[in-house]
Design a protein around this ligand. Structure first.
Ligand code: SAM
Length: 263
């Protein structure tokens, strides 16, 4: 049994093992997956990237909702993109503004043999009408986070950028046809048209994940807003602001979320 003995001595390729497990939709530890990343993004993984479990869950929800062309808006190192591609056997797209992470995501996909296409730049760079599924893992939170909670300081804190991106996504969602699916994890951070309905809510690592499906054409400017466990409408938010006095009502975020995007 010389051949077997020789095979046993072959070095194990961790990427090949992980890829095979993910194709079979089996669990993989984050420690094992993240060992494929380079040092800086690996050290920041727990805070900034989806866990394997979150990516597998989101991918399953989108698959079960019938989405076949999925975009991860703010794709980071491409952890969701690679995992979703391997477990759905579909190409998965991402858009990412940090060049270093675009490079990392492309390297990761190649290592795993995953069919992933990453666009470098901000959300305006993609044509949202090409997709029937979206994944949002709190992509805009960093725009308004304290410096110590940001991946790096490569772009300035900007409330205006936060609102600009949230508005753009609201327009994407309004223009999308019924049947469009979206998973939000730890909140989209913006307005979700009421033509979308929550089909499923779950928790991964204590954070809320929701599957939304657009059920009808848009005939209202009303929107949902995710506030951790809670879902409220923009009108309810405006009412609460009015009842709670100037401090709350004058908050720029409350003001922006209470009003619809221009077409
Ligand atoms: C919380 S991380 C999530 C990464 C990835 N979706 C995942 O689940 O592993 C958010 C990412 O969105 C990116 N991002 C934020 N705003 C963006 C924008 N307007 N256009 C492109 N990327 C953006 C950030 O650089 C960051 O990599």
């Amino acid at each position: 049994m010389k051949a077997t003995a020789a095979n046993d001595n072959l070095p194990v390729d961790p990427a090949a093992v992980i890829s095979a497990l993910l194709r079979k939709r089996e669990p993989v530890t984050d420690e094992a997956f993240d060992s494929l990343l380079t040092e800086r993004p690996r050290k920041k993984s727990r805070t900034y990237w989806s866990s394997v479990e979150a990516a597998q869950t989101a991918s399953r929800l989108l698959r079960e909702a019938g989405a076949t062309r999925v975009l991860d808006a703010g794709s980071g190192v491409g952890k969701f993109c690679a995992i979703a591609s391997l477990d759905s056997s579909h190409r998965v797209w991402g858009v990412e503004r940090r060049e270093e992470l675009v490079f990392e995501a492309r390297r990761l996909a190649q290592l795993l043999g995953a069919e992933v296409v990453i666009t470098e730049g901000t959300l305006e760079k993609v044509d949202a009408s090409e997709f029937d599924g979206f994944y949002f893992f709190n992509p805009f939170g960093e725009y308004v986070a304290a410096d110590e909670d940001r991946y790096d300081l490569s772009s300035p804190r900007s409330f205006d950028a936060y609102i600009r991106d949230a508005r753009l996504v609201e327009r994407w969602l309004r223009q999308a046809p019924p049947g469009t699916a979206m998973v939000t994890y730890n909140g989209l951070g913006g307005r979700i048209p009421v033509s979308y309905r929550v089909r499923h809510t779950t928790h991964v690592r204590d954070d809320t994940m929701r599957l939304w499906v657009k059920e009808k054409p848009d005939d209202s400017r009303e929107a949902y807003i995710e506030i951790e466990e809670e879902l409220i409408t923009a009108s309810e938010l405006a009412r609460m602001a009015a009842e709670n006095g100037a401090c709350f009502a004058d908050s720029p975020l409350v003001r922006e979320l209470s009003t619809p995007a221009e077409d």
